[in-house]
Write a protein that binds this ligand. Structure first.
Ligand SMILES: NC(=O)c1ccc[n+]([C@@H]2O[C@H](COP(=O)([O-])OP(=O)(O)OC[C@H]3O[C@@H](n4cnc5c(N)ncnc54)[C@H](OP(=O)(O)O)[C@@H]3O)[C@@H](O)[C@H]2O)c1
Length: 335
């Protein structure tokens, strides 16, 4: 029987602000509850939404705690009533709505997935948030299929690096935009057929040239703002624009909506965290069936740019906000 300590270390945001509000504190270890698994966390992933939450711009939805952290990997140390899988002792990674920045975290049993065979627990901590987000937005909402052309902005981000690999493995032609030559090389190394350094080239022109003016079938965008009319212009007939963030704002001065009608476009988007457990479970089940075999075989993987110890979570956030990273940033708890 594993001894579960009464107290643990966790990371909190001591007020809203820059990385300086990040504090490592002692707290009571969470108690297991019906439908939940208690995970001894080996590592947790850092995601851009965590930085937004830290600045006070992305409050946890009702039912979640203020402790940050959306994805974890570790060992199951207890399960609540009604939980068959996972079992105590299993190594899992899990999507959590909060509380991931801790030595112990509660996860919905339905959102725990086995550690992919090709990954250790540190790499597995970089899987859930981007794989849930990309799978649901690109393949469910965006309906990307084999032979179609896919454009992802922010191709070197955690989300982008996952989107390139999953779209490529689904048989799509993949175009990525990114902010430097090094980032474009990284996107190509993951399978992008074309990577455009948007600081040096006009991505609309380059994409139209590459597609012989046809445009693209699906766009996954996290930038918004001035990209919105450009994305609409770049979509082919029956194209789908999927919006998952607005790094450059959600407003546009002027937009011509005529192409939405004449090209029969679909404009959609989503956020993951406030969705119901039933909706997230549906994504988890689809991932288990369609993506886990690829992760197990090492055919797709999280690209881990840097690993920090828990007492350097502040440095992990500072790195993320430089946007210099390629892929994922992970923090280990020492457990
Ligand atoms: N809707 C959802 O369910 C959901 C879930 C998870 C994440 N997200 C969102 O998806 C995005 C990516 O998340 P992540 O964790 O993968 O982030 P990340 O690894 O930090 O990557 C973000 C990338 O965006 C680019 N960027 C940063 N600031 C920008 C700005 N002001 N304008 C344009 N580009 C900028 C940077 O690449 P360049 O140098 O190439 O510009 C950066 O690498 C975030 O906006 C996040 O909030 C949404």
């Amino acid at each position: 029987m594993t001894q579960i300590p009464a107290t643990m270390r966790q990371v909190i945001f001591d007020g809203a602000g820059g990385p300086e509000v990040i504090k490592l504190v002692d707290a009571a270890t969470p108690q297991v509850a019906p439908g939940k698994a208690l995970i001894e966390v080996a590592a947790f992933g850092v995601n851009r939404p965590d930085c937004l939450q830290r600045r006070g711009a992305y409050p946890p939805p009702p039912g979640e705690t203020a402790v940050p952290g959306l994805e974890i990997a570790g060992r199951v140390v207890a399960v609540g009533p009604g939980v068959d899988t996972p079992k105590v002792g299993d190594e899992v990674c899990a999507l959590v709505g909060s509380g991931g920045y801790a030595e112990y975290a509660l996860a919905d049993a339905a959102l725990c997935l086995p550690r992919p065979r090709a990954l250790d627990l540190v790499a597995a901590a970089g899987v859930p948030e981007t794989y849930f987000t990309v799978y649901d937005n690109v393949f469910v909402r965006g309906r990307l299929t084999k032979g179609e052309t896919f454009l992802v902005h922010g191709g070197s981000s955690g989300i982008g690096s996952t989107a390139i690999q999953l779209a490529k493995s689904a048989g799509a032609q993949v175009i990525a935009t990114a902010g430097s030559a090094e980032k474009c090389d990284f996107c190509r190394s993951l399978g992008a057929d074309l990577a455009i350094d948007y600081r040096r080239h006009d991505f609309v022109e380059e994409t139209l040239k590459f597609t012989n003016k046809r445009g693209v079938d699906v766009i996954l965008d996290m930038v918004g703002g001035p990209y919105i009319p450009k994305n609409v212009a770049l979509l082919a007939t029956d194209g789908r624009l999927v919006q998952i963030a607005f790094l450059q704002g959600a407003m546009v001065k002027e937009i011509n909506w005529l192409p939405v009608m004449t090209k029969r476009l679909t404009l959609t988007g989503s956020t993951l965290r406030p969705r119901t457990l039933a909706q997230k479970t549906e994504v988890a089940n689809a991932l288990r069936a369609n993506v886990w075999p690829l992760l197990d075989a090492g055919a797709v993987k999280p690209l881990i740019h840097a690993v920090f110890p828990m007492n350097e979570t502040r440095q992990a956030h500072e790195l993320m906000e430089t946007s210099a990273h390629l892929g994922k940033i992970v923090v280990t708890t020492g457990r």
